[in-house]
Structure formats: structure tokens, C-alpha cells
Design a protein around this ligand. Structure first.
Ligand SMILES: [Mg+2]
Length: 218
């Protein structure tokens, strides 16, 4: 039986790149801000992606992009979003073709070295140029931390599991209305979905059980 194509995002989903990015921004531009300052509920502000971070810090898009590149250049101190990810991914490979689908600015070489360092198994590595291109990767379901990626999948009737993070809180109320989007609070819930068959149900809700066909038509 063919395995389900499971797309997994990198930054903010597997890798806690944001924490590292803030350290790079501090070193480069003397900006001293904690994640809670920017993304905490008390800040009342939600920033998403490179453009949002640039606006908040009064930097150019290129400056933030460069900081992302630098964050991945020395990948060794980038932490896992959840310690149990390697175990969950190993288990998932039995039923799913596990594909890393990322629009990260990090180099493929460094990202794959980080995946090896953290013992994260995967079948394929797909690096796309923009988050929007994740739709074209041909996955049956995408696990992601980006509210705009989840919206894109939802609007196209394709299955997406959104990992709840500080920076996608503002997107969540409208995403809850999307039948093919499921919001989860952590990797234990992702794991539960993968094992219980609710991922398969989510896929069937979209594109009449044939999301791959729909993606190809895009
Ligand atoms: Mg991400």
C-alpha cells in the first residue's frame, strides 16, 4: 500500500528557529527582545514571517532574511520544538512518506546536517522558494506553523495541521472554520492524529480523498 505523503515544515514546526533568530538579531543589530515581547499575548501583536519581523524591528526584509541565513549557518544550537519529534517521526515512517517541505532560508546542507544531528528521519527533502509553493509539493497533508500556509491549504480544500504557536494565534479563529485545517496544541497531538487515523479523515474531507490530483491542477 502506498504511504500517505506527509509534509512537515521546518522553521517553527521542527526547529525552534525563532529563538535562534532573536539571538542573531541581538548580535547583529543590538536588538534585545524576548519571544514573549513580540509574540506574547500581552503584547497584543502578532507578527508572521520575515516581513512582519522586519516591520516590528524597523529593519529591511533583506536584513531579517540575512539573519535567518546566519541563524542556520551555525545550526548546532538550534533546538527542537519538541524533544519527542525524532521518536514521532520514526513511528510515522511506517504509514507515511515523511517529507520535509520547507521554504527556509537556511542552506539545504546545513538543514540536513541539523536533521541528522537531531536524528530526525525523513524520506524526502523538498525546499521551495516561498511558503505558497508548499501547495505544489504534492503532499496529502502538511504540518506547519504558518497561519498563512494553513489558510492557503484550507482555501484550496487541502489538508493542513497547524501547530499552534504564539505567532499564529491571530489566524486561528478564521482557520477553525476551515474543514480541512486542524489546529493542534503540540507534537503529542500531532502524534495522536497520525496514529489514530484522524489525519486520513482530514485528507478525505478535502478534494474528495484525492488531494494530490487537486494539487497537480494548481
Ligand atoms: Mg514554519
Amino acid at each position: 500500500m502506498e504511504r500517505i505523503k506527509l509534509g512537515i515544515d521546518l522553521d517553527g514546526t521542527l526547529a525552534d528557529t525563532e529563538a535562534k533568530l532573536l539571538r542573531v538579531l541581538e548580535r547583529r543589530y543590538g536588538i534585545k527582545v524576548t519571544p514573549e515581547d513580540i509574540w506574547g499575548p500581552e503584547s497584543g501583536r502578532t507578527f508572521s514571517g520575515t516581513a512582519g519581523i522586519a516591520r516590528h524591528f524597523n529593519l529591511t526584509y533583506e536584513q531579517v532574511k540575512d539573519a535567518f541565513v546566519e541563524a542556520w549557518r551555525d545550526y548546532r544550537d538550534i533546538q527542537l520544538v519538541d524533544e519527542s519529534i525524532p521518536r514521532i517521526m520514526r513511528k510515522a515512517q511506517r504509514d507515511y512518506e515523511v517529507c520535509i517541505v520547507t521554504a527556509s532560508y537556511g542552506s539545504r546542507e546545513n538543514i540536513e546536517a541539523w536533521l541528522r544531528l537531531n536524528e530526525i528521519p525523513y524520506d524526502r527533502f523538498i525546499q521551495v522558494k516561498s511558503p505558497a509553493e508548499k501547495m505544489k509539493a504534492g503532499m496529502d497533508v502538511q504540518v506547519d506553523d504558518s497561519g498563512s500556509v494553513a489558510k492557503l491549504f484550507g482555501d484550496n480544500n487541502a489538508a493542513c495541521v497547524l501547530l499552534s504557536q504564539r505567532w499564529n494565534m491571530a489566524d486561528q479563529p478564521s482557520l477553525k472554520e476551515q474543514p480541512t485545517v486542524r489546529i493542534v496544541n503540540g507534537w503529542d497531538e500531532v502524534s495522536g492524529m497520525l496514529e489514530s487515523g484522524s489525519v486520513k479523515k482530514l485528507i478525505r474531507k478535502g478534494a474528495h480523498g484525492s488531494s494530490v490530483e487537486l494539487l497537480v491542477r494548481q
